[in-house]
Design a protein around this ligand. Structure first.
Ligand SMILES: Nc1ncnc2c1ncn2[C@@H]1O[C@H](COP(=O)(O)OP(=O)(O)OP(=O)(O)O)[C@@H](O)[C@H]1O
Length: 348
């Protein structure tokens, strides 16, 4: 049994998710105490509980403490991860729905399923575009294409948009099993090829996505970047709006977003997303702050060593590194001055 301190570092949901993925993959039982102790409302929220049950389901694991608000969890994986067809819905754990980010549930089960024998097809329901988590657009345009370079073959298809606070979105994930993970060497990003943007609104007038797209296009062109922007008006269970930008460099992909809310102009939403992108562009780094922590797990499971340079060393990154090291999966070094993350593989 590996004991994990859920309050470590960032003290957020990521300690839990990384531990669940690694327990499912290695078959090691885990006990986590102090879950999300660093957060205003500690313990398991809908998204985390869905991830816990999803991890247990794919490997017939046993759970103790799997309840909303629980700050302690025991997870004893069963006999190996089983590929197959699964449905995971955050509203099953929280009546009345929740915008719990289904992308974080997706990230919990992706690697266990990609390393299992056989292909999987998963339907996830809940929040698809939620602040402080990767959006489905980020998963589709940044995270999965980057993981594809490391040997993961998976695709997502957005079925319905789900925004805060209602959720109600849907995504379909296809995962090819039996993947062989290779290392990633990403110190230089190369030239910026273009910025791709998607401005979207559900159950709101068409001028909203159009104004976001126009403002973003104008700002990014003025900064001398090549831009291709799309404005979409879609159906949804509730109103919602946002703009999602992907910067495509010769050697890497990065993503940024802005979310609409009451009394925030469409132009301001676009300015927030463009501001993030332009700030990142200035750093010269190939990997954005968020992808930085998300690449650690596949890199630690790869058969070769990896190294990559990040825009910023976040506490999410150092926290995730510490959790992964608890499972004895090779040495992770974070050079703060150079902003380089190195993951030494001991599997070759
Ligand atoms: N804008 C973004 N784009 C891509 N990924 C993001 C973005 N914002 C946050 N993330 C990622 O979402 C994850 C959030 O982890 P964190 O532990 O903070 O969240 P959580 O489970 O929602 O828990 P908590 O509610 O405890 O904060 C991290 O992997 C982080 O990199």
């Amino acid at each position: 049994m590996i004991d994990i301190d859920g309050s470590y570092g960032e003290g957020g949901g990521q300690v839990l998710r990384t531990s669940l993925s690694l327990a499912a993959i290695t078959g090691e039982p885990i006990r986590i105490a102090g879950i999300r102790a660093g957060r205003r409302k500690p313990g398991l929220a809908a998204q985390h509980l869905t991830a816990v049950r999803a991890a247990a389901r794919i490997c017939h694991g046993e759970l103790q403490g799997d309840a909303l608000g629980s700050t302690m969890l025991e997870f004893i994986p069963g006999g190996g991860v089983k590929a197959g067809n699964y449905i995971f819905d955050v509203s099953e754990v929280q009546q009345g729905g929740s915008a719990g980010a289904i992308t974080l549930v997706l990230q919990t089960i992706l690697l266990p399923l990609a390393l299992a024998d056989g292909d999987s097809h998963i339907t996830l329901r809940g929040g698809t575009h939620v602040i402080f988590s990767p959006t489905v657009t980020y998963i589709e345009r940044v995270y999965l294409p980057m993981l594809c370079r490391m040997g993961i073959k998976a695709q997502v298809k957005l079925g319905a948009w789900g925004w805060y606070p209602r959720g109600g979105g849907e995504v379909n994930l296809q995962v090819k099993g039996g993947c062989q993970l290779c290392g990633l060497n990403l110190l230089e990003r190369g030239e910026l090829k273009r910025v791709q943007g998607l401005a979207v609104a559900t159950e709101l007038p068409a001028h909203i996505p159009q104004r976001m797209a126009n403002r973003a296009e104008n700002l990014l062109r003025t900064a001398g970047l090549r831009v291709s922007m799309q404005a979409l008006r879609e159906k949804g269970v509730a109103p919602g709006a946002g703009i999602f930008l992907t910067a495509e460099y010769c050697n890497s992909l990065t993503g940024f977003g802005g979310f609409g809310r009451l009394r925030l102009s469409s132009e301001k939403v676009a300015e927030i997303a463009c501001g993030q992108l332009l700030q990142f562009h200035e750093t010269g780094a190939p990997v954005d702050e968020h992808l930085a922590d998300q690449l650690l797990l596949p890199a630690a499971l790869a058969s070769e060593s990896s190294q990559y340079r990040v825009a910023e060393v976040s506490t999410h990154l150092t926290t995730n590194a510490a959790v992964i090291e608890k499972f004895g999966l090779g040495k992770i070094t974070v050079n703060q001055a150079e902003r380089v993350v190195a993951i030494a593989s001991d599997k070759t």
